[in-house]
Design a protein around this ligand. Structure first.
Ligand code: PLP
Length: 426
């Protein structure tokens, strides 16, 4: 097949005519489909329903250290929940504080505390003229939302197939003391599905920041979210790598069971050094008398241990995998030889990241919307919503049914073709 770039104007006009006819047909169907939401499908949530039966009015709600989970206490979380989280991220329970139901909330809290009270004795960021964060792009829009909300200046760092461009990260972090953090989704990243290589993790752990209160915000949201049993990415444990590199306090790791059990009703945690935890605890004791220990217990009694979580995630993968494979197959069949887009096939996580020709992403999203398919807004995976190339589109295959997804993907590729032809003819 000939790529669009190789075609003459006449040939492109002919292709355009055919595409427009097909597009009009879809527009007339009054569809309402959504490929924007990175949420588990209802069938994935059905798998977790038995978790609601593990505790009832006759259950012993006593944790293994004797804590009565019905009452106040155990600010850091019950020991068995701390162990479960530690095993998920490959760390040890003494590094873990279990919070409430959302890791994003923990991240917000961490940035907020740094603004009001500094980081382990440093000047509170609200008193500084400038605070900057490095933002590997494309990245998670809600990370960028948190830092934008606090008026942080966000500096884009390009992603490579091994994680953020570490030459750039090292240069910036070591030369500018207004850089206080870097947002990272190190495993099956949102939206590209990239896992940081061992070298990237080691270089990250060995950073020599100009700012003493610089921290790596290591959001390990997709740590157990594999799509395949036999092909899984491995990620080094950043906490122990930072210890080895003589930077034990330089990282805050975040995670949750949101997309393991129930989003919004899971358990979330921060995993970090003892010194950081001691500092955080001072605020914690003012903020809450403890989180939901009954939910912590429910999670531990249901999953039992990390093997239980892994087995459960394979059941989720059996639902997710065919959807991802169908989208990738359609992209390959329809666009593989046209030279108008590229994408990464992830081994886990929740997204497929599609790159259009420069200047086409907004047009694709708008066209899809007109034909009844909602996509994540173009630009969303960038700070301030600005994709300077206008080329990145995040596809979320998990939530729609297979049937809905098939139609939505067909419309998506059609819109990519149409937007590309229009661009090439402009
Ligand atoms: N971090 C990343 C990278 C995510 O993609 C998401 C949800 O999509 C979250 C955090 C939200 O996690 P939580 O539900 O624990 O707040």
């Amino acid at each position: 097949m000939q790529s669009y770039q190789e075609m003459s104007k006449e040939e492109l006009y002919k292709v355009k005519e055919g595409l427009e006819k097909e597009y009009a047909k879809y527009k007339g169907m009054g569809l309402s489909l959504n490929m924007a939401r990175g949420k588990p499908a209802a069938t994935q949530l059905d798998l977790v329903m038995p978790m609601l039966d593990v505790l009832n009015s006759s259950s012993e709600l006593i944790a293994e250290d004797g804590t009565d989970c019905r009452n106040y206490g155990e600010l850091k979380g019950i020991p068995e929940a701390r162990k479960l989280i530690a095993d998920m991220v490959g760390s040890t329970p003494d590094h873990v504080f279990v919070y409430g139901n959302s890791s994003l909330n923990v991240m917000y809290d961490t940035v907020s505390r740094s603004f009001t009270h500094g980081v382990m004795g440093s000047t509170p960021w609200c008193k500084l003229d400038k605070v900057k964060f490095l933002c590997p792009v494309p990245g998670y829009d809600r990370h960028f939302g948190v830092t934008e909300f606090f008026g942080v200046e966000m500096v884009n760092v390009p992603m490579t197939s091994e994680g953020p461009d570490m030459d750039m990260v090292e240069r910036l972090v070591s030369s500018d003391d207004s850089i206080k953090g870097i947002w990272c989704v190190p495993k099956y990243s949102n939206p590209q599905g990239i896992t940081y290589s061992d070298e990237t993790v080691r270089r990250m752990a060995a950073l020599k920041p100009a700012a003493e209160d610089f921290r790596i915000y290591w959001d390990n949201a997709y740590v157990v979210h594999h799509l395949y049993e036999d092909e899984q990415d491995d990620l080094l444990d950043i906490i122990s790598e930072c210890e080895k590199a003589g930077n034990p306090d330089m990282v805050y790791e975040f995670c949750s069971t949101s997309k393991v059990s129930f989003p919004g009703s899971g358990i979330a945690a921060i995993v970090t050094s003892k010194a950081n935890l001691d500092f955080i605890e001072k605020q914690f004791t003012m903020q809450t008398i403890g989180h939901d220990k009954i939910n912590q217990l429910r999670h531990v009694r249901y999953f039992k241990n990390i093997d239980g979580i892994n087995a459960h995630m394979m059941k989720q993968a059996a639902i997710m995998r065919p959807k991802f494979e169908m989208v990738e197959r359609t992209l390959q069949d329809e666009l593989g030889e046209l030279g108008i887009g590229s994408w990464i096939s992830p081994k886990g996580g929740y997204f497929i990241c599609f790159n259009t020709l420069p200047g086409c992403a907004k047009s694709v999203v708008a066209k899809a919307k007109e034909a009844g398919v909602v996509l994540t807004p173009a630009g969303a995976p960038f700070p301030y919503g600005k994709d300077s190339e206008d080329s990145v589109i995040r596809i979320a295959p998990s939530f729609p049914t297979m049937e809905e997804l098939e139609t939505a993907t067909k419309i998506f590729v059609l819109c990519v073709k149409l937007a590309s032809v229009e661009k090439l003819l402009a």
